[in-house]
Write a new protein. Structure first.
Length: 96
């Protein structure tokens, strides 16, 4: 247990940052799973409704990843890698 004031403050700040970071990371993971589920639905039946769902989810994912990068949850290169992988899967699904 911390003894001085600054150590107690650091514990409090670390807990706050942990919760904030967990929100962004879990949201990105959840939306990624939803993205792949909708992408598979689009591959099975190529309807405009499925395409709109995929486009909506990828927009939300890009926005959330960018916000997480601005708040130092994700490193810049990690965010770019995540976004490029999603776009690559989307592009490959259009080719097939």
């Amino acid at each position: 247990m911390a003894n001085n004031k600054s150590a107690k403050k650091r514990i409090k700040i670390n807990k706050r940052n942990y919760l904030k970071n967990r929100f962004y990371k879990s949201s990105v993971k959840t939306l990624t799973k939803i993205f792949f589920k909708n992408l598979n639905n689009y591959k099975i039946s190529k309807t405009s409704k499925n395409l709109r769902e995929v486009e909506k989810i990828i927009g939300l994912l890009n926005s959330l990843i960018d916000k997480g990068t601005m708040k130092n949850v994700f490193h810049k290169n990690t965010a770019l890698r995540k976004k490029s992988k999603l776009i690559e899967y989307l592009r490959l699904s259009f080719l097939n």
